[in-house]
Write a protein that binds this ligand. Sequence first.
Ligand SMILES: Nc1nc2c(ncn2[C@@H]2O[C@H](COP(=O)(O)OP(=O)(O)OP(=O)(O)O)[C@@H](O)[C@H]2O)c(=O)[nH]1
Length: 630
Amino acid sequence: MAERSYAIAASSAASNVPSQCLSLVRGFLISAAYLPRGRRRTPSCKEKNIQTEAGCGVAMEAVQFSTVASRHYSATSKTFYNSRISAGKSAKFVSSWAASSDPARLSSTSRNLFTRETWGLINSKSVTIRRNGRRRLIVRAEMFGQLTSGLEAAWNKLKGEETLTKENIVEPMRDIRRALLEADVSLPVVRRFVQAVSEQAVGVGLIRGVRPDQQLVKIVRDELVKLMGGEVSELVFAKSRPTVILLAGLQGVGKTTVSAKLANYLKKQGKSCMLVAGDVYRPAAIDQLVILGEQVGVPVYTAGTEVKPSQIAKQGLEEAKKKNVDVVIVDTAGRLQIDKAMMDELKDVKRVLNPTEVLLVVDAMTGQEAAALVTTFNIEIGITGAILTKLDGDSRGGAALSVKEVSGKPIKLVGRGERMEDLEPFYPDRMAGRILGMGDVLSFVEKAQEVMQQEDAEEMQKKIMSANFDFNDFLKQTRTVARMGSMSRVIGMIPGMGKITPAQVREAEKSLKIMEAMIEAMTPEEREKPELLAESPVRRKRVAQDSGKTEQQVSQLVAQLFQMRVRMKNLMGVMEGGSLPALSNLEDALKSEQKAPPGTARRKRRSESRRQFVDSASTRPSPRGFGGGN
Ligand SMILES: Nc1nc2c(ncn2[C@@H]2O[C@H](COP(=O)(O)OP(=O)(O)OP(=O)(O)O)[C@@H](O)[C@H]2O)c(=O)[nH]1
């Protein structure tokens, strides 16, 4: 199970990582799965349920990798379907992953924190429905379907190319342009974006050892991050209390909901808040805010609908000062469209409050219109940033991509649902990752390039492919990967690794240390020729004594190196090219292995192992195996 997860994850990462760099990491991960594990703990029945029931891993990835995950796993997940929802005038497809599980039971039976946290995330993104009398969990996946696949079409056109040239990027750039326009990104933004990407694609400074399609992914990703403002834009707090946040926006965009969500978000950061109900035109807005305020445990200042908004704002601020709260959040009335009366009113309120932040709440589903609104409001009243709501319902991504570039104002927060918890900071890099459907694999590429010499990686790949991987290579590989960071950090960067628990990581780390100690006790010759150890109990005894381990552990390690040689060569072969289809190949291979009649897969592996061992060893262990005489 463990090596299966490692292998699938490594294969998945392969689509975007220079293949030689990946060789090391793949090999490392496969080795990690082959370590002597000491006492292997049998998972409890409950834990087995968590691992197998309802394709829990699939669910995790459906949330994390959005569209791509849905596409990759639709064949294996139990049910995957699109449901049509309508939002105002526009109708959109929202894809969901469905599984016949009971999330409550799963979360209550989970023993480790990681599983609980993951299920917490899934539950927060999910709704439970009843179908045919059975409870079903539907995880709402965040989708940028068309944009993601449009961009993917661009890099696919570069598969098989040796370099990026002015000629061969014409078609991919056309695809990128089309994908962005279809995502409702404004035309000038698309033009600038395409130009910037094209210039870099044929320019200097490309990364050595990275395929042209991967280079383009990297350039597009970096440009997307830049387009969305680069860094996360934090909320600003006043030096002396209270910080005043004024919320503005058109009707129905989610201002009242955001007011309460924001109070809830800041409260979690330890700030005391007060809400001010300044929407006097929709009487229900005041009641709505009072109810939401109660829900999040934050006081709400109200003065009815007969008082001018600027007056309410002034009184509310005085009240907040008296109560010594940290942050005052002022909700205001929206209009169907921008009009002079609205702007004048907002200017009055702003003058009275002298706010620290003026945030325009915009609906992500309005696409590039959202960016135009931010510009207009900024010119008219002066704003400090935007809050993008209903991102959970936006399948195109145009608003997120246009706001900063068009208006110059950053998106500070995003709303991803109707619940009070569904407000979070806007991270341009994570958004870009989501749009491209690739987790954080790009940091992984960069990290790998920081620590790996391309030549070393190529050499290692050759050794793996010829099944000559020895203990020196093993040490080199683990130490190189260790320079990328802790194992959990390295693993965390690889898509698909969500399935591996911190406990498994810790176990693998421990096993690597034991293994290193034994390898260090070997002579240079033994490291290079593991057959010497395989043949000689005396040598194994010496290594065991020098490393403080048992003879059995040393024998196990030597045997595992031979198994690793076969396994790594086979997996590297399967993953050669590292494209996503390889993932399905691998998954299929592993599935058919699982489905094979009991014993056959194992026998097949053993016979392969024996054949490879015969091929690879110049001097073979005695016929009696490792227990043979010297
Ligand atoms: N799916 C989703 N719905 C949201 C989000 N934010 C707000 N809503 C919903 O949008 C609807 C309108 O939200 P309100 O907060 O009443 O909007 P408003 O801007 O205050 O409306 P007016 O007071 O009429 O201007 C409500 O049903 C909210 O639950 C979000 O991030 N995602």
